[in-house]
Design a protein around this ligand. Structure first.
Ligand code: 8YV
Length: 325
């Protein structure tokens, strides 16, 4: 009898999905965030052909070397900045991800942060709870209606944010590496500097890569209006956080809404936690029961498809798959 292929699972797996995967594969559990190369015994490492993991697993050269039989690594995330893509592609390891199923959830947090910033909703809650309201009215806030929302990056998530912003009567502009026909009717293309200059709310929706790391820095922040808000639900390191803290302290921008930071989990000692014009979330863009379920379903389907010789729905380096056929 053929042995089942051995796969690492280093992501939260619902019981029914575990059962389905176990019918086809032998599961080797690695606690989320732990290094599989250190957790899986050497003899077993050589037999691992697939993996499903979170962003906390570094799929780098060292991991690829530790698992010589690995053919597919499926990210429980749309992002794949945990993967050394060049190294994986060189080693012909297929990388999969979960695009599409989390767009609405991430867009919702983006809109939520925008409303919190403009209408000062978090401070408003504290104002009522502390009894300050009995002493006088809460200070006036800002409308988002009629204002300009700038989207840096116009992929799937950016497009859902653009659609939602229309319900708030916002004017939506975007900048992308290239103009996107799918954005037609949703947002107007502007040059990169123009985006920073004209936006009342600027929201970041680009992936993290060597090119985008710190691509929103002092220069870009200086272009923004003093009344503008910056929102990041993408990846922390895309923004130069030290420059952002400087701009927030100096009041050269009005505030920031951050679901992602350079260091996660963010320590309470971070200056960001001291700034009154910042609203923080704990990287929860996709963190709903429904969305995380859809993500793990897709991540496991990608893994099982790849091992079963069926083209996976979402491949980051499809050239590896094509070369295999
Ligand atoms: C999650 C994410 O934080 O999909 C991504 O790229 O950043 C988020 O959905 C996480 O990756 C879930 O493991």
């Amino acid at each position: 009898m053929n042995q089942k292929p051995k796969v690492i699972v280093s992501a939260p797996l619902p019981a029914d999905l575990r059962e389905r995967l176990a019918a086809r594969c032998e599961i080797v559990d690695v606690p989320t965030g732990q290094n599989p190369a250190e957790t899986v015994p050497a003899a077993l490492r050589e037999q691992i052909v697939g993996m499903v993991c979170t962003m906390r697993t570094k799929v780098d050269q060292a991991l690829l070397d530790a698992f010589p039989a690995l053919t597919v690594s499926s990210n429980f995330a749309v992002g794949f900045d945990n993967v050394d893509l060049a190294a994986a592609t060189r080693r012909k390891v297929l990388i999969c991800n979960t695009p599409g199923v989390l767009d609405g959830a991430v867009a919702d947090v983006t809109i939520g942060l925008m409303l919190c910033l403009a209408r000062n909703l978090v401070a408003g809650d504290a104002f009522v709870r502390s009894g300050e309201w009995t002493k006088g009215a809460f200070p006036l806030t800002r409308d988002i209606r009629g204002k300009t929302l700038g989207l840096l990056g116009m992929g799937r998530i950016g497009r859902v944010v653009a659609r939602a912003a229309h319900a708030f009567d916002m004017n939506v502009v975007y900048h992308n590496r290239r103009q996107d026909p799918q954005a037609d009717g949703l947002a107007t293309y502007v040059e990169r500097d123009e985006l920073f200059k004209v936006s009342d709310v600027l929201s970041v929706h680009i992936p993290l890569s060597a090119e985008t790391r710190h691509s929103v820095g002092q220069r870009e922040l200086a272009l923004m209006k003093p009344s503008a808000y910056l929102i990041n639900t993408a990846r922390g390191p895309v923004i130069d956080e030290a420059a952002l803290i400087e701009a927030l302290r100096a009041g050269t921008i009005a505030g920031a809404g951050l679901d992602v930071m350079e260091q996660e989990p963010l320590p309470a000692a971070s200056p960001l936690c001291q700034l009154p014009n910042v609203v923080l979330q704990a990287h929860v863009g996709s963190a709903t029961h429904e969305t995380r379920r859809a993500m793990i379903d897709l991540a496991v389907a990608n893994l099982m498809d790849a091992l079963g010789n069926k083209t996976p729905q979402a491949m980051v380096n499809p050239e590896v798959w094509q070369a295999r056929a």
